[in-house]
Each structure stands twice: as C-alpha cells, then as structure tokens.
Design a protein around this ligand. Structure first.
Ligand code: 5RP
Length: 291
C-alpha cells in the first residue's frame, strides 16, 4: 500500500521533539483508562477544571418535587446552560431530547420512598443500560452512619467493579441522615471512605471548614445545593465551595426552584467557571431576571 502515499512533501518525524505526555487535568484521575478520562472530561470542563451539573433526580424517592412536576417544561429550558444532567433513566428516556450535547450523570441507586428508611437502597440501573444511554457517570448514594451503611457501601463498590470494566466513572453521593451532624468531621469521614473505596467523583454537602474535606479527598468533590436558599446565599455557598477547592456544583432546587431559573443557572456558571464573586453574580442574576 506504500505506493498509494504519492505526496511529494518530505516526511517529517520531528526527531528532536519528544512526544508530549500531558497529565490529565482532574485531581487523582491520571491513572484511569482513556474512556474513563474522556467521560470525566465531558462532565468537567477541561478549561476551568470544573462543572455545573443540574440535578433533577429528586423524584426517584420523593415523587413530583416542587419545580419538577413537569420536567419537560421546567428543566428543558435550562439544559443548554448545564455541563452535565443528573437524572434518572426514566426521565432521561421520556423527556430529555436525545440530541442534547450535555453529559449525563445517571442516578443509579434507589428503592425506598420518603415513606420508608431512605438508606435501604439498592442498585437501580445496570451498567449496560447506562452505556446504551451514553451516560458519562453513574451516581450511587452511600449512607455512612445510616441504618444500611454496609449495604449502601456494597452497592457502590459492586457498581464500581462493574463500571471499571467499561471505563464508566462512579459518582459517590454522601447522604446525610437526619440523625447525623453535618460538619466537616462527619462529611470528611464520609467523603474519604467513598474515595478510598473507588468513587471517581464525590458529591457532598458544603459545610464550614470545607477545605479540610477537599484536601483530604484524593478525587474531585462537587457540592449538592441542598434546600432552597435566597439566591445570593446560594451563590455565596457556591463561591465558598469553589474557594475551598470544590470542582463544581451539582445543584438542583436552588436553580429550578429559583424565581428565575435560567438567570440563576447562568449566575452559578459565572461563579464556577469564571471565578466571579457571589455579589457580582447576584447582580448579574438580577439584571437577567429583570430584563
Ligand atoms: C438527592 C440528590 C440530588 O441530586 C441532590 O440533592 C442535588 O439536588 P439539590 O441541589 O436540590 O440538593 O442527590 O439525593
């Protein structure tokens, strides 16, 4: 076949230029396989190293959550402004346009409703179905200190074993039971356990001294938004989390329950990707809201 290369141009081998071997941009993620890195790079923006995930998976245990009664109407307009969509397979298949360019982080554990012990979860999606939906990560809730602690850790580790066969990252979500204190000591314990057991990304709640949680976690940490706050407070929480080393937010109610959800997600992006102060991002939010 060599005779088919008829170019007159002299071949260039750049003998004096060693091939570059660049480190992967995400903390603790350099030793993964190409597919795993590529999926992570679809969730985290390689330029900023951060992500704005839009979480709207709440229905998997609490039904038609306020703001999510009609995901087609309230969430689809926000999709262009999210890096990743965190949702269940039921909502993804029934409501989300398959031509969207976002990555998908799929809720992969579930079982009990708000009427039962929430920690009694099992794996709710298999890896093959997630691959069929071109998912970029699977999310599992772990209840450290909860009634079903070992079961939920086992859910995560078994899923990681299966996901590793396909280069699928697992996002470990630290659930906080009502009986557990939300402080850096507890959150730091839970986050570290999930990372030690193989989660590629951890999602947890922002707490004071969050920098100790991030520093002692060897992989990227993103924060959940939690219950609805005034917009300025939610933006301050995002700012403080990023300043403490968080790799982004996975925010739901503070976006889709906002008075102006599109303005709010755009303001969150300013904080996460453009290093804007919470106060300036709030001004930006108000300008968009009033325009
Ligand atoms: C539920 C979840 C949610 O996705 C998560 O809590 C993010 O949503 P919010 O910002 O509304 O807290 O993991 O367990």
């Amino acid at each position: 076949m060599a005779e088919h290369d008829m170019s007159d141009k002299e071949k260039q081998y750049f003998f004096n230029t060693p091939q570059q071997s660049l480190p992967f941009f995400l903390k603790g993620s350099n030793s993964y396989d190409w597919g795993m890195k590529n999926r992570l790079a679809r969730i985290f923006n390689p330029d900023s190293g951060k992500t704005v995930m839009l979480a709207f998976d709440h229905g998997y245990f609490q039904g038609p959550t306020t703001g999510l009664e009609r995901v087609d109407i309230t969430i689809n307009p926000l999709v262009p402004y999210a890096d990743a969509l965190m949702c269940t397979r039921g909502i993804l298949r029934s409501v989300i346009d398959p031509s969207v360019q976002n990555s998908v982080v799929m809720r992969a554990s579930g079982g009990p409703s708000i009427l039962k012990d929430l920690s009694n979860e099992q794996i709710a999606v298999n890896v093959e179905d997630a691959l069929r939906m071109n998912v970029s990560a699977m999310a599992v809730q772990v209840f450290v200190g909860g009634a079903c602690e070992t079961q939920t850790i086992n859910n995560m580790t078994r899923l990681i074993d299966k996901c590793n066969r396909y280069g699928m990252p697992v996002l470990g979500v630290t659930a906080v039971g009502t009986e557990l204190t939300r402080d850096a000591r507890y959150i730091g314990l839970a986050v570290r356990i999930l990372a030690e057991l193989g989660a590629a990304v951890i999602k947890t709640y922002f707490v004071p001294e969050f920098e100790t949680v991030v520093a002692s976690c060897p992989v990227p940490v993103v924060i959940a938004g939690g219950k609805k706050l005034p917009e300025l407070d939610a933006l301050r929480m995002a700012r403080n989390a990023i300043d403490a080393g968080a790799a982004g937010v996975d925010m739901g109610r503070n976006i889709f329950q906002s008075d102006a959800p599109i303005a709010m997600i755009k303001a969150v992006r300013k904080v996460v990707h453009e290093n804007m102060s919470a106060e300036h991002a709030f001004e930006f939010y108000q300008e968009l809201k009033n325009s």
